[in-house]
Design a protein around this ligand. Structure first.
Ligand SMILES: [Zn+2]
Length: 176
């Protein structure tokens, strides 16, 4: 997995660029949480569930089905998120979807069970430039530097450029 900070960074950067009129602070926070949420499945190791199990790490809760569930939950809670249900569904759904897609760009571990429960197959993208981070939270240890470097290059940089482009495009639209 990329580190939790990096997973949260994508919706935070993009949502901030879109602006608080469209993405409320609460919706932004919900998006960040949705982007982190799938890695809670590392707790499965504590219950003796092996990595390759459908409910193991990168299993069921890294699937599109789980993304839809999270998006529906956000739509149901839209009043608390201070946003229309459709906005909550789309923003939180896309934020959650970034998680398995980014994991599929990593160079270690098992693939992602994207199509669960239809299929238990684990998927990766053919191109995997992001170094996988150790399972755990040793974010700042020396051995993680190459991980952070690859995340900065392949996640933070593209997400920042996308956010900047989006920010400029949306503001230019307002002027015209
Ligand atoms: Zn993950």
């Amino acid at each position: 997995m990329p580190t939790l900070f990096t997973h949260a960074a994508v919706p935070l950067l993009v949502g901030s660029a879109v602006g608080k009129q469209r993405v409320s602070h609460r919706l932004l926070f919900a998006g960040a949480m949705a982007a982190i949420l799938p890695d809670m499945d590392v707790l499965s190791f504590r219950f003796g569930i092996v990595y390759a199990d459908p409910f193991g790490h990168r299993g069921a809760v890294h699937s599109v089905a789980f993304v839809l569930l999270v998006a529906l939950a956000a739509a149901g809670l839209h009043r608390r998120l201070h946003t229309p249900a459709a906005h909550a569904f789309v923003f939180v759904g896309l934020a959650a979807l970034t998680h398995p897609l980014l994991d599929m760009l990593t160079d270690g571990g098992l693939g992602v069970a994207l199509a669960w429960p239809l299929s238990g197959q684990r998927y990766f993208f053919p191109w995997r430039p992001i170094h996988v981070s150790p399972i755990g939270v040793r974010f700042f240890s020396a051995c993680s530097w190459s991980v952070l470097e690859s995340e900065l290059l392949w996640v933070w940089l593209p997400a920042s450029l996308l956010s900047l482009a989006l920010w400029r495009w949306l503001r230019r639209g307002n002027v015209q």
